[in-house]
Design a protein around this ligand. Structure first.
Ligand SMILES: Cc1cc2nc3c(=O)[nH]c(=O)nc-3n(C[C@H](O)[C@H](O)[C@H](O)COP(=O)(O)O)c2cc1C
Length: 419
């Protein structure tokens, strides 16, 4: 059987059951998401560091203006005063979403990945602004991810597009799902789909650093399916994390899932936002290069390549320009670690091992986060004469998931490049 023998049904509309997961910061570009929609599946854009992404995409100056406005707080340990201007945030989000939606073709859909742990020095105000602006700009659906806020639905229930927009959540356990559903019942709105993310996914993990290895996606997915059945709830379940072949996906659909969410295989496509030299590092990776650590100031474990530049060099925090990880009090654990070092008398060449400046690291593609099976990417393409790996197209990878059988992975046609 192949994945194309199944369809994902959301509010009566059929999709190829492939969802390309959100990959911040702008790794899941509009181009990548649009390809998935064109081919009948679902693609995510991400609103992580959206002001910075808008500057890159549309030539606006949100980051430099904010940086200039708060330049006097540059050496402060606490950044409570460094607030996002909510109107500007809404403007950036609307540009990011509406320009993507304008280009949409095909029968699929474009969703937004909203990582709620980006608390932006004003968790509720910025979250409400991000969600409202995305709905107003016409997004088809929103996936609430890491840091799931129990009040998310309440915050936007008065928005005229609240019932029109599809909402999904990402959870890693039945427990987390139960808590969210309890709270959501207050607004009488259930999620339209549930992404169950296992311990092999890329980005942040919803598991404890000590015992993530003890969990597996199949078991958690089955627990979620059973729980929903017991509750008589019919919500599509979408496993994510380590689904590497079309046949992996088929196995999940045969046991009751409705679609799969995948990401790592798309990181090395031409449409992915990673710079080409980083794509080559993903291809070159070996299993030993993949680490799960606690350097992210979010407090969640994160998977990345151990060669990530962010692990080698510490930078001065740029909360004035970026500041997406500042909590409600204007603090961030990297900021605290940085100032602790300064107080110890460290000079410019400061080196902090336990935390990294993730805002800068992700924006500058210096944190090479990836799914566990990143080391299998080299088997999905051709090695060229110069020793580099041939980049794939999103269409090729999408169709490989859709049509392949027996765990086979189809290689792309050899692309000969002449100087
Ligand atoms: C490079 C990269 C960046 C990611 N960034 C995010 C993110 O910003 N928010 C999120 O919810 N998930 C993020 N993820 C997780 C994916 O959306 C997806 O659920 C997961 O990686 C699927 O597993 P796979 O990569 O093994 O296919 C990221 C994954 C990768 C590989």
């Amino acid at each position: 059987m192949k994945l194309d023998d199944f369809r994902l049904l959301l509010r009566g509309k059929e999709f190829v059951p492939i969802i390309i997961g959100g990959m911040g910061v702008n790794i899941s570009t509009a181009k990548l998401a649009l390809e998935s929609a064109r081919l009948g599946g679902i693609g995510h854009i991400s609103d992580a560091e959206v002001n910075a992404v808008a500057d890159q995409r549309f030539g606006t100056s949100f980051v430099s203006n904010k940086k200039a406005k708060y330049s006097s707080s540059q050496n402060n340990r606490n950044k409570a005063e460094v607030q996002f201007d909510l109107e500007e945030l809404a403007e950036a989000q609307k540009m990011h979403v509406s320009k993507t939606m304008e280009e949409k073709k095909g029968t699929g859909a474009i969703f937004l990945n909203c990582m709620e742990k980006l608390t932006m020095n004003n968790p509720l105000g910025t979250l409400k602004t991000r969600l409202s602006a995305a709905m107003e700009a016409g997004i088809d659906g929103i996936t609430l991810s890491a840091g799931l806020h129990l009040r998310s639905f309440e915050l936007v229930q008065d928005n005229p597009r609240f019932y029109d927009t599809l909402f999904g959540i990402i959870v890693s356990s039945v427990q987390a799902l139960k808590i969210f559903l309890q709270r959501a019942s207050r607004v009488g709105r259930l999620p339209d789909y549930i992404v169950v993310e296992g311990p092999l996914a890329g980005g942040h993990l919803g598991f404890n650093i000590k015992d993530w290895r003890e969990f597996n996606l199949k078991t958690i997915t089955n627990e979620v399916l059973q729980f929903l059945k017991n509750q008589d709830l019919q919500i599509p379940v979408v496993p994510a994390g380590g689904v590497f072949t079309g046949t992996d996906a088929v196995e999940f659909l045969q046991s009751g899932a409705s679609a799969v969410q995948v990401a790592t295989r798309f990181t090395v496509t031409k449409e992915s936002g990673l710079p080409d030299y980083v794509k080559q590092r993903y291809f070159q990776a070996s299993e030993e290069d993949v680490v799960v650590n606690t350097v992210s100031p979010t407090g969640y474990p994160m998977r990345m390549l151990k060669q990530s530049p962010v692990l080698k060099k510490s930078v001065k925090p740029n909360c004035e320009g970026l500041g997406y990880l500042l909590d409600s009090k204007g603090d961030c654990s990297y900021l605290a670690a940085y100032h602790d070092e300064l107080e110890k008398g460290a000079n410019e060449k400061i080196s902090i091992m336990e935390k990294v400046c993730l805002c800068t690291g992700m924006f500058a593609f210096r944190c090479w986060t990836c799914g566990h099976y990143v080391y299998r990417l080299k088997d999905t393409t051709n090695k060229l004469l110069d020793g580099t790996y041939q980049l794939l197209t999103a269409e090729h990878v999408f169709k490989d998931y859709q049509f392949s059988e027996d765990h086979k992975i189809r290689l792309p046609e050899l692309e000969l490049e002449f100087a």
